[in-house]
Design a protein around this ligand. Structure first.
Ligand code: PAZ
Length: 325
């Protein structure tokens, strides 16, 4: 026990001494509406802490990396927000309050079910009367009922750029400290590993008259280290690892877990992410797999329902251990 505490102390010292993440925040200004958003999060967490509610921070969607300060062009990270928005619904159904930190205009809980549908095909317009068409009533009614039941339990905060995301992630994690082990962080957003510091970005649109463009991108400091040790030291933390090469999936997920010492890494592959994930933790040498069968998929089961079930049990255990010291 003493040895574990000492190791945790050393990690905290190391994260504190590593200047790279601090420099990032010094060099990149905070996003618009930052203070208002942080106040919303603070109030949400204070209410939850008073009622001893569990709160899940879910990050979702991809970050952008602008190439110009007045941004016309940017580099994007792949993610539609399916994982995050679906998971948010399952965490809400499991009794969590949810802070949904998502890329602006990516998929959102409940509303995701309407994407690709034409609202004008769903309504009937008669003189002086607009109603939902009969064949859509059951589906829309069920969705609206679920959303209305959960809307007070859901706080939506949005980002666009990598820098917006990191500023908000740090502030939200810090505000969640008040919840101790009731807090769960589920980091599903696809976050760029490379960026251009504001000081090195041209102010105006890059002109093609300057010839072919060469870009030099800096490495983004690894924020999981300060997140785990300094910003959210008592929270239950889950990160995702996206790979395209199956042979690397488990090793890369384990490497991440051993480097940052958080609780679970969920590995997924770009093309099978909706039906297959591996979960690694520090207690089990073997990874746990979650795989949907064809019949699961046909009956509309989403892999996020199984991921959230699995994580809820792990969080129960973590919370129980924390309480007994
Ligand atoms: O949003 P989506 O469902 O299209 O994709 C989800 C995902 C693949 C971005 C997510 O599961 C994930 O792996 N996020 C972490 C990505 C990363 O390694 O940075």
């Amino acid at each position: 026990m003493l040895q574990r505490t000492y190791i945790a102390y050393l990690r905290t010292e190391m994260a504190q001494e590593d200047p790279s993440w601090k420099i990032f925040f010094e060099e990149n200004p905070k996003p618009a509406h930052f203070d208002e958003n942080v106040k919303l999060v603070q109030d949400f967490c204070q209410q939850a802490a008073m009622k001893k509610n569990r709160v899940a921070l879910i990050t979702s969607g991809g970050t952008t990396v602008p190439l110009e300060q007045n941004t016309v062009r940017f580099i994007d990270n792949f993610s539609a927000g399916t994982r995050g928005s679906a998971s948010a619904e399952y965490f809400l159904e499991a009794g969590y309050l949810v802070i949904f930190l998502h890329r602006s205009k990516s998929l959102e809980p409940y509303f995701r079910h309407l994407v690709g549908k034409n609202i004008f095909d769903m309504i009937e317009v008669l003189p002086g009367n607009v109603t939902v068409g009969e064949k859509h009533q059951a589906e829309l009614g069920k969705l609206a009922e679920k959303f209305q039941r959960q809307r007070c339990n859901l706080l939506m905060i949005s980002f666009n750029t990598l820098s917006d995301y990191l500023w908000l992630l740090r502030a939200i994690a810090q505000k969640m400290q008040i919840l101790g082990p009731l807090a769960l962080l589920y980091l599903a957003a696809a976050v760029s590993d490379f960026y251009i510091p504001t000081s090195q970005m041209p102010c105006h649109k890059i002109q093609s008259s300057g010839g072919p463009l060469s870009l030099s991108l800096q490495l983004v400091p690894k924020m999981l280290a300060p997140l785990v040790t300094l910003w959210a030291p008592n929270a239950f933390i889950i990160s995702f690892k996206l790979e395209t090469n199956e042979t690397l999936l488990e090793t890369k997920s384990k490497e991440s877990l051993h480097k940052y010492h958080h609780h679970v890494v969920i590995g997924n592959l770009l093309h099978s992410r909706k039906v297959y994930v591996v979960l690694v933790d520090s207690k089990n040498p073997n990874a746990e797999e979650i795989r949907l069968s064809n019949s699961d998929v046909e009956s509309g089961i989403e892999i996020e329902s199984k991921i959230v079930d699995n994580l809820k049990s792990r969080h129960d255990q973590y919370y129980a251990n924390h309480k007994t010291g």
